[in-house]
Design a protein around this ligand. Structure first.
Ligand code: FVH
Length: 295
């Protein structure tokens, strides 16, 4: 299909905090951008900055071949684009969703004659258009679409294509976010332990950062063990030793009157792996406990 829309033009649906940041970055980079937002007032400032404002999703979609979606959730995409002609369009969905939603949305787009790429934004709005902030976006789905629009997609933040499965951008996004929340949980527990003691949080902070940095090796070593399925070779801190030590962690939490709710699940997972077969698993790395998580 021929593309009659101007070069460097794109459409953006959704002007929340993230959508507005994206729009400003594309405008600053000289792109011609058509925007639409359900609440029209949010487009006013961008109109003054040079954006074309569409009065309906259909009008916005018609304006460009590349159509970027940055809405609240997957349901809002269905509602905004209901009945809109998507034939020949290249849809890039930056709305956060699950892998299954990404795959279903790709099939939905294909049925309507559009190419589709799903995205997972690893940045906050303040990191958009600021390369040194290190933000980037995972993309997956149509490689051809990604290659066609790569230059535009690299404007707001780095662009990392992670394969043609349209669910994989969301999967990468959620895997990283899930790890982040586990980290936040541990940090929160550590600060709760010292709360009320004569230890200033600001004095614990550098020690905590340094320790977490030193423990970062676990990311790579776990990948190697999961690939080889060898959980025992070269283990220096065995599962049996670590499970024995969990009693100290739990008693300390009790002494400090801190709920163990944030750390108990992981301690319990290690214990379950050990007690299933102490002789087989006692000498393992804790990475072996991951095998219990898959349902
Ligand atoms: N903000 C962040 O830090 C994170 C960073 C990582 C990625 N997320 C995801 O990005 C999507 C958009 O996030 P946002 O920050 O722009 O979110 P809001 O400011 O809440 O804006 C939501 C926009 O969605 C529109 N909207 C909601 N429901 C509908 C609907 N049924 N039909 C059409 N549009 C809808 C809303 O419109 P309005 O309320 O202004 O009328 C906003 O434009 C999101 O998936 C994050 O998880 C951001």
């Amino acid at each position: 299909m021929t593309d009659n829309t101007p070069r460097n033009s794109l459409t953006l649906l959704g002007l929340g905090d993230m959508g507005t940041a994206l729009a400003r970055t594309w405008l600053a980079a000289g792109h011609r951008i058509t925007v639409w937002n359900r609440t029209a007032a949010k487009a006013e400032a961008l109109a003054a900055e040079g954006a074309d404002v569409a009065t309906s999703p259909a009008e916005a979609v018609a304006a460009s071949r590349l159509v970027v979606l940055c809405l609240l959730d997957d349901a809002s995409i269905g509602s905004a684009l209901q009945g809109v002609d998507l034939t020949g369009k290249d849809l890039v969905n930056l709305t956060t969703g699950t892998p299954a939603e990404g795959r279903a949305r790709a099939a939905w787009a294909e049925e309507r004659g559009a190419r589709f790429v799903d995205g997972g934004i690893m940045a906050t709005p303040t990191m958009i258009g600021v390369p040194e902030a290190g933000g980037y976006v995972f993309y997956s789905g149509s490689r051809a679409l990604f290659d066609t629009h790569r230059a535009a997609l690299e404007v707001p933040a780095g662009a990392r294509f992670v394969g043609e499965d349209p669910g994989h951008a969301a999967l990468h996004d959620v895997a990283l976010l899930s790890a982040m929340y586990g980290l936040f949980a541990g940090i929160s527990h550590a600060y709760a332990l010292i709360d009320g003691e004569d230890i200033a949080p600001k004095d614990l902070a550098p020690l905590l950062s340094e320790w977490l940095g030193a423990m970062g090796f676990f990311v790579g070593s776990t990948a190697e063990r999961l690939t080889s399925r060898d959980f025992t070779t070269g283990v220096v801190s065995s599962l049996a030793m670590q499970v024995a030590a969990t009693g100290t962690l739990l008693r300390t939490a009790e002494e400090q009157r801190v709920s163990p709710e944030l750390i108990s699940p992981y301690l319990e997972l290690m214990r379950r792996r050990l007690t299933a077969d102490p002789a087989a698993h006692g000498g393992e790395d804790t990475a072996g406990a991951i095998t219990l998580l898959k349902r």
